[in-house]
Each structure stands twice: as C-alpha cells, then as structure tokens.
Design a protein around this ligand. Structure first.
Ligand SMILES: C[S@@+](CC[C@H](N)C(=O)[O-])C[C@H]1O[C@@H](n2cnc3c(N)ncnc32)[C@H](O)[C@@H]1O
Length: 277
C-alpha cells in the first residue's frame, strides 16, 4: 500500500453515514450516464441491464450499485472501507458486496461483463495498476466506465477550497501525493490516454455538467465530518481556524445562493469508457 493509499484509508474510515448524507448526494448525479457508458442499459426504463454481471468498484454507500440493480443487472460491489461495505450491502440486498482495495480484486480473470467506478480512480494510489486489474476481471469485449473530477475544478467544486485559502489555511507540504509516474492529467484526453495505456480499446471521454442543489449546511457538513482530503485538512486545524474557514465559506457561498436558501453549485466530471479487446 502506498502512503497515498494509507492516507485515503484513514480519510474514509468510518465515514459511510456522513458521506451518504453529504458528498454521496453529489456523486449520485453521474450514476445513470456511467451505467449507460458501461453498457448496463436502462432499456425501456427498467430491466435493460438484465443478464449483465457488473462490478462497481469503490461503491461507497452503493448508489451506482443500486442503480445497476434497478436496471436488472447482477451486481458485485467492492469498497476498501468496511463502513461503506456495510452501507452498500444494506442499500443493495441483492448485490454481492465485498471488502477489497484496488489495485487488487478478489475475482478470477474475465469474471464480469462490465466494470463501473464512480469517483474512485482519483482515490487510488496506483491508478495504472488499478486499471490493469479492472482489465483483468472484465471479460474480452466487456466495458469499463469511470468518472473522475477534472482539473481545474468547476466553480461549485472549487468553493470549499477557496474558503480554506481565504482563511489562510495552507495545504501541508507533506500532504501525500501520487508518484508522478502514476499520475495522469484530469482531462478528457488524459483519461483516454490512461485507458489506452492500460490496454483498453475505443476509449471515449466526455465532460458531464450539472448543478448540485444543496443546503449550505449540508455542503459544509462533508468536510466538517473529515471527508476526503479537504476534510482531513480541516480536521487538523484548531476550532478557531475551522470557524474562520466556515465564515469565508458562508461569504463565498453567496455567489451560488438560490432564493430558497439552497446553493446551486455547478459541477463537472470527466466520464471515460472503453472496452477490453
Ligand atoms: C468519492 S467516494 C465514491 C463512492 C461511490 N462510488 C459513489 O458514487 O458514491 C470514493 C470511494 O472509494 C473508496 N476507495 C478509496 N480508495 C479505494 C481503493 N483503493 N479501492 C477501493 N475503494 C476505494 C472509498 O472508501 C469511497 O467509498
């Protein structure tokens, strides 16, 4: 396990409940497009994925797994975090849900027809090795579809980071980073190149855009609970510093305020899909 992976494991530890009521709502937006791209179709609305065995890697609280199951697919889901595994198993009783951490999966070669990973590759210390493992477990001709947050981020995605900066909180110099040899550009071309290099064929990427409508307290609750790298950064600050970040957040959030008090946060994600030759 890399230092980056160890950091990620700590950051997600015990976070299923907090994730499900905060960032999980954001990540769910891409589930239908992700499944379409993986060939888990919603033909005639329901049941179009029947007969397809799909693996959801980094399933979190099981949003994508549940959507695949609703499309009639046979679903296998894995996550590196035990609380997520428990939450996903509750959310999708029909699925086989297991504890497993990329880049290693406990399945034989060509075990599934399709693999999906919603905002997971960006949390893995060895993304290239992880893709090699996805290629191994999907059958020849089977599809893989993944989403990743782009860089630079969309204005909605950047809001909390701007608040941290405005409050004068610096990212620690020793924050775990990917090995440059493992890193990749968080762009459509970067993702296409990454999948091609991992031996997939016909890789196509597109940028999905949507507006996440959320109450400001709910958007704050994610990092306040310590979720993801920004949450870990806040968790390392004194209560006074955290209060300062929140003040900056409330000021900056006014740019996105709706008349009903919620925020309309513009988000984008890169969706990439390809096939195993
Ligand atoms: C941003 S969440 C996305 C969860 C889910 N896919 C969704 O759409 O809500 C990232 C998830 O990846 C999991 N994760 C992080 N590193 C992982 C790894 N190496 N292998 C498998 N899962 C991992 C985390 O535990 C977390 O549940």
């Amino acid at each position: 396990m890399t230092i980056f992976d160890a950091f990620e494991r700590r950051a997600w530890s015990g976070q299923a409940e907090a994730y499900g009521r905060t960032y999980g709502l954001l990540c769910g937006h891409t589930a239908p497009r992700l499944l379409d791209a993986a060939g888990v179709e919603a033909a005639a609305g329901v049941g179009g994925g029947a007969g397809i065995r799909v693996l959801d890697v980094g399933t979190g609280t099981g949003t994508v797994a549940a959507a695949a199951s609703a499309r009639g697919a046979e679903v296998i889901a894995v996550d590196a975090e035990p609380s997520m595994v428990a939450a996903a198993a509750r959310a999708v009783p029909a699925a086989e849900v297991r504890l497993a951490a990329l880049p290693h999966l406990p399945f034989p070669d060509a075990h599934v027809d399709a693999v999906v990973g919603n905002f997971v590759l960006n949390h893995v210390g060895k993304p290239r090795a992880a893709l090699g493992e996805l290629r191994r477990v999907v059958r020849p001709g089977g599809r893989v579809a993944l989403t990743v947050w782009p860089s630079p981020p969309s204005p909605g995605q950047a809001l909390l980071g701007r608040a941290v900066q405005a409050a004068g909180v610096a990212r620690p110099a020793d924050a775990p980073m990917l090995d440059p040899l493992d890193d990749f550009p968080r762009t459509e071309d970067g993702l296409v190149g990454l999948l091609a290099a991992a031996g997939f064929t016909g890789a196509v990427a597109e940028t999905l855009a949507w507006e996440h409508r959320v109450h400001p307290d709910v958007w704050w609750a994610g990092p306040a609970a310590g979720i993801a790298s920004l949450g870990q950064l806040l968790a390392a600050q004194s209560p006074e510093v955290v209060a300062g970040v929140r003040r900056q957040y409330e000021l900056l959030a006014r740019e996105f305020a709706l008349p009903d008090g919620r925020l309309a946060l513009p988000h984008t994600a890169v969706l990439v899909a390809a096939a195993r030759p």
